[in-house]
Design a protein around this ligand. Structure first.
Ligand code: HEC
Length: 188
């Protein structure tokens, strides 16, 4: 291949011209070549270790899967522990702990107040809301803490009433917190 010489420098210029653009034919600098070859070597070693090693020392997908499974199992165990010890007394105890009732209040105001009222009276400015009052002594589905918890978890037997099974949106722990908040209106 014959090569032209540029006027200013002795770097060869490649033959082709495209849209008036010419290209130097430079030898790549050593530091660049060095990095490039190191990258190739690094890739080969990495590829062999990650994907070809019979030891399967480091498989990202496997380790993510097992870590996720571990986290999931831990969460389940924690929930089960909470639920196993959950009885009426435990829920009354919870209702005395501000950090639990505050969490329950936040959930109540976000998810429940629209139908049951901010003050649990099921009224807004004297107008009745769709839900039942939760601050009085009358309970359609029982006023024991576990009964309240059951109503919230599984919803009203009559789905057309609008009281859904909140287990679809809230974790058991969150539901227990809401119950503890409702119980602050019913101190023992
Ligand atoms: C869309 C409106 C609506 C929302 C939102 C709603 N409820 Fe209800 N709730 C109702 C209705 C209606 C009833 C009565 C159902 C019936 O008569 O079968 C009810 C019943 C209840 C009862 C039983 C009351 C009793 O007298 O036994 C409890 C407890 C309760 N709701 C708690 C909650 C909690 C806690 C939330 C939020 C997580 C919530 N509700 C969200 C409409 C709602």
């Amino acid at each position: 291949m014959s090569q032209k010489q540029s006027k200013e420098e002795s770097v060869p210029i490649r033959e082709h011209v495209f849209d008036g653009i010419e290209e130097y034919d430079q030898r790549l600098p050593n530091w660049w070549l060095f990095t490039f070859y190191i990258a190739i070597v690094f890739f080969v070693i990495g590829w062999a270790l990650y994907y070809q090693s019979p030891l399967r020392l480091v498989d990202d997908f496997q380790s993510i899967d097992s870590e996720m499974a571990e986290i999931h199992a831990k969460k389940e165990a924690e929930t089960e522990k909470v639920l196993a010890t959950l009885d009426n007394d435990a829920l009354y105890e919870m209702s005395k702990k501000p950090e639990q009732t505050e969490a329950g209040k936040a959930i109540f105001e976000a998810k429940c107040a629209a139908c049951h009222g901010m003050d649990l009276s099921a009224k807004l400015g004297g107008v009745a809301l769709p839900g039942l009052p939760l601050n009085d002594a009358e309970w359609k589905y029982g006023g024991a803490p576990l009964e309240i918890m059951n109503t919230i978890t599984n919803g009203s037997p009559d789905v057309t009433k609008g009281m859904i099974a909140w287990s679809s949106q809230l974790s058991p722990v969150e539901i227990a917190q809401v119950v503890s908040y409702i119980l602050t209106y019913h101190p023992r």
